[in-house]
Design a protein around this ligand. Structure first.
Ligand SMILES: Nc1ncnc2c1ncn2[C@@H]1O[C@H](COP(=O)(O)OP(=O)(O)O)[C@@H](O)[C@H]1O
Ligand SMILES: [Mg+2]
Length: 229
């Protein structure tokens, strides 16, 4: 097993059969010991964060599979905090696609002159570059195409998929009385045809979820959603 990438919250290994293995760590993003799903640095370590992140990811990726949405998911081993996935090629050095249902986080920081904090946003989709050094800058469709990162057709597919997946996650949370404010996805190109596919993870670490107006921490999200699983 060869370590190919050491990320902030996961390590990535290449397996002999060509698949990748994601090892979930207890490190979470944030600053000065405070968790923040939008941060680009490891802020703290929470015991159990890796396992809860993996269990939530397994739960959501299996739900997406049932709904016929293509993902990189192959299998998960909850005892070992690992997940086997199909290897993906990134768009450029990686993109993040954010679906927003309320004006919070970086959206509100940028557009606060025009938006009320917490204002409903109806699944607004936004793409950012994965670039920690430059604080993951938002990027337009025109700029993505001009810089050769993707085509117009790929942009349409990517944002359409994000919207659809965001809706599925939002509805799943809603069944437990939890409201999704925003969520971040990653996509890559998988297989010989380079099919645009959801990769990475879906967990409390990349969304903001609230219950009765109170923010739900990643571990609590696990307890609320995975009860009995
Ligand atoms: N199927 C996949 N193929 C290739 N890379 C992937 C796949 N799924 C996730 N990744 C990448 O693996 C890394 C996971 O580790 P993570 O700690 O989340 O990294 P980061 O610090 O970049 O967020 C991410 O860079 C993500 O883009
Ligand atoms: Mg990550």
């Amino acid at each position: 097993m060869k370590l190919v990438y050491e990320g902030k919250t996961k390590n990535v290994y290449e397996l002999e059969d060509g698949n990748f293995l994601l090892q979930f760590k207890d490190d979470v993003t944030g600053e000065d010991g405070v968790f923040d799903p939008g941060a680009n640095t490891v802020g703290l370590t929470i015991e159990g964060a890796g396992q809860t992140g993996l269990r939530l990811t397994k739960y959501f990726f299996e739900l997406l599979q049932e709904k016929g949405i293509p993902t990189h998911y192959v299998s998960a081993n909850v005892q070992e905090n690992t997940m086997i996935v199909k290897p993906a090629k990134q768009f450029g050095k990686g993109l993040e696609v954010i679906c927003r249902y309320r004006a919070v986080g970086s959206f509100y920081r940028r557009y606060g002159a025009y938006a009320e904090e917490g204002q409903p946003l109806d699944g607004f989709v936004e793409v950012t570059l994965k670039d920690d050094e430059r604080q993951d800058p938002p990027i337009s469709e025109d700029a993505l195409v001009m810089l050769g990162i993707l085509t117009n057709e790929e942009y349409k597919q990517l944002t359409g998929l994000a919207e659809k997946i965001g809706r599925i996650v939002k509805d799943a949370l809603s069944e437990k009385g939890i409201e999704l404010y925003d969520i971040k996805f990653e996509f890559g190109k998988v297989g010989e045809n380079g099919d645009i596919t959801l990769i990475d993870e879906i967990s409390g670490g990349n969304m903001r979820a609230y219950k009765n107006g109170r923010y739900i921490e990643p571990l609590e999200l696990g307890r609320l959603l995975l009860n009995g699983e």
